[in-house]
Design a protein around this ligand. Structure first.
Ligand SMILES: Cc1cc2nc3c(=O)[nH]c(=O)nc-3n(C[C@H](O)[C@H](O)[C@H](O)COP(=O)(O)O)c2cc1C
Ligand code: SF4
Length: 436
C-alpha cells in the first residue's frame, strides 16, 4: 500500500483544528506565503512549475505554466478560484474549504502575488452559502493579523479577497461561463480565443487565472517544502496527492487523500472495503463522474494507478477523481440514461450540436428504456454522440457524448437486451428502487 501523506488534509496528521487561524499558524500556516513574498513573483512561478503541480479541476493542466501565460506588462490582473464543484460525484473542494480554509486562502494569495494580481475572487456554487460565510469570517480573521488587504505581512504587497456565490448551474464550473457569471452576465461559455490569460479574455477583459480549489490548496505546502519534495510524491507525470471522492457500491464511501501512485485496488478494496453488499461483485466504474469514460471494474483496472497517465492507458481519465462505483446489480443502460438526462438538463443551449444532440440522445435512450427501441436505435445514438464530439463550444458537449459512446462500447449486452428483435417487444429497463 502506498504511504499516505496528507497535504490537503494535513490536520489529520497533526490532529489540529485548522478552522482556527491560530492552530493553522502553529502548524506551518502562512510560512509558504512568507517565503513567496520574500521572493520575486517569477521565482514563485518557477517553484510551482518545477513541482509538477497539475490542475485538479479535471483537465490536469500544469499550474505554473498557466500562471506564466499572464502578461506582466498589463496593470490589472485577476486571480479566481473555481469553487463551483459541480462535477457529478465530486465532493472534495467543500471538504478543503470546510476543514482547511486558511490553506486555500494562503495558496490564493501566493498565486495572486505570483501573477501580480491585487484582487482575487472565490466563486462558489450557490448551495455553498454557508461555506462562503465561513470563508468571509476567515478573511476578516486574517485582516486582523495583516494577512490580507494592504501591505500584507509588511511586504508592500496588497491583495483583497472576495467570495461570490453562483446561482446553481453545472456550466458555471466551466471557467469562461464562470467569468461571465462573476460579471453578472448569463452563465454561458465564451468563444476562445482570447483565452482568460489574455487581454480581452479574462474577468472584465483583463488577464485572469482560474484555478480549482484543490489545485490552490497544494501551493502553500509546495512553497514551504520545495518543488522537489512535492515531485517526490506520486508518479512521473502526476506529482503530489489527490483527493479521491468515492461513492456508490463500496462499504466505506468518502473522500480519501492518497498519492497518485496508489491503485484503484488500494482505494476501493483495501480502504473502502470492497462491494457494499455481500455476494455482489464490482461491475463498472466512472473514475471521473458522469463526464468521463466508464470502464469495467475488473482486475486490470483495479491494478491501475490512479494517475493522469495510467488512467489514459486504460481508456479513461482521472479528471477530478469522482469515483462512482457500480456492482453487478446495475443495468448500465440506466446509468447512460441518468447521465444523459443530467447533461441535457445542464446544456446551456449556446451551440447547436450540444443543444440538439443532448435532446436527441435523451429521446432515443428513453425509447430504449421503455422497451420500444430497435437495434438501429443503438447505432443512431452512437452516431448522434460521435457527431457531437469535438465540435462543441465547450467540453460539456464532449462530456455528454462520452457516456453513450463508452457505455455501448464497454457494455453492449446491457443495451441489446432492451431492444426489440424481429419485431418482438423487448424488456423495459427496471428502475432501481428509491434509495438504491
Ligand atoms: C462543463 C464544465 C464544468 C466544469 N466544472 C468545474 C468545476 O466545477 N470545478 C472546477 O474546478 N473546474 C471545472 N471545470 C474546469 C474549468 O473549466 C477549468 O479548467 C478549471 O477550473 C481550471 O482549474 P485547474 O487548472 O486548477 O484545474 C469544468 C469544465 C467544464 C467544461
Ligand atoms: S457545448 Fe453545450 S454547454 Fe457548452 S456552450 Fe455549447 S451548448 Fe453550452
Amino acid at each position: 500500500m502506498s504511504e499516505t501523506k496528507h497535504i490537503l488534509l494535513r490536520w489529520k496528521d497533526v490532529k489540529a483544528d485548522f478552522r482556527k487561524l491560530a492552530e493553522y499558524r502553529k502548524h506551518e500556516g502562512f510560512e509558504g506565503l512568507k517565503k513567496a513574498l520574500a521572493a520575486k513573483p517569477e521565482e514563485v512561478i518557477d517553484v510551482v512549475k518545477n513541482s509538477g503541480l497539475r490542475g485538479r479541476g479535471g483537465a490536469g493542466f500544469p499550474t505554473g505554466v498557466k500562471w506564466s501565460f499572464i502578461p506582466k506588462q498589463e496593470p490589472i490582473k485577476y486571480f479566481v478560484v473555481n469553487a463551483d464543484e459541480s462535477e457529478t460525484g465530486t465532493f472534495k473542494d467543500r471538504l478543503i474549504m470546510e476543514t482547511n480554509p486558511y490553506q486555500l486562502l494562503e495558496g490564493l494569495l501566493i498565486g495572486a502575488y505570483a501573477i501580480g494580481a491585487h484582487t482575487a475572487y472565490i466563486y462558489l456554487r450557490g448551495e455553498f452559502w454557508d461555506i462562503a460565510a465561513q470563508l468571509d469570517a476567515c478573511i476578516e480573521e486574517m485582516r486582523k493579523e495583516g494577512l490580507v488587504g494592504k501591505n500584507i505581512l509588511g511586504s508592500g504587497y496588497d491583495c483583497e479577497i472576495y467570495t461570490h456565490l453562483g446561482a446553481g448551474a453545472y456550466i458555471c464550473g466551466e471557467e469562461t461561463a464562470l467569468l461571465n457569471s462573476l460579471e453578472g452576465k448569463l452563465g454561458q461559455p465564451r468563444v476562445r480565443p482570447p483565452f482568460p490569460a489574455n487581454k480581452g479574455g479574462g474577468l472584465y477583459g483583463e488577464p485572469t487565472v482560474v484555478n480549482n480549489v484543490e489545485t490552490i490548496a497544494n501551493v502553500p505546502w509546495i512553497m514551504t517544502h520545495g518543488a522537489d519534495a512535492y515531485k517526490a510524491i506520486g508518479t512521473e507525470q502526476s506529482a503530489g496527492t489527490k483527493l479521491y471522492c468515492v461513492s456508490g457500491h463500496v462499504k466505506k464511501p468518502g473522500v480519501y487523500e492518497l498519492p497518485f501512485s496508489a491503485t484503484f485496488r488500494e482505494l476501493l478494496v483495501d480502504i473502502c472495503g470492497g462491494p457494499s453488499v455481500e455476494g455482489r461483485s464490482f461491475k463498472a466504474l466512472l473514475p471521473s463522474g458522469g463526464s468521463g469514460p466508464i470502464v469495467p471494474l475488473n482486475d486490470k483496472v483495479l491494478d491501475t494507478r490512479m494517475s493522469y497517465e495510467d488512467t489514459a492507458k486504460i481508456g479513461t481519465i482521472i479528471g477530478s477523481a469522482s469515483l462512482i462505483v457500480m456492482d453487478d446489480s446495475v443495468d448500465i443502460t440506466w446509468v447512460a440514461s441518468k447521465v444523459t438526462k443530467f447533461f441535457k438538463h445542464e446544456s446551456c443551449g449556446k451551440c447547436t450540436p450540444c443543444r440538439e444532440g443532448t435532446y436527441w440522445l435523451d429521446k432515443v435512450i428513453d425509447r430504449i428504456m421503455a422497451g420500444e427501441g430497435s437495434e438501429r436505435d443503438i447505432t443512431l445514438i452512437e452516431n448522434v454522440a460521435k457527431n457531437m464530439a469535438g465540435i462543441t463550444l465547450c467540453a460539456l458537449g464532449e462530456f455528454a457524448a462520452n457516456p453513450i459512446i463508452h457505455t455501448i462500447k464497454q457494455f453492449p449486452d446491457d443495451f441489446k437486451q432492451h431492444v426489440k428483435k424481429d419485431g418482438k417487444a423487448a424488456k423495459p429497463v427496471a428502475l432501481p428502487a428509491a434509495g438504491d
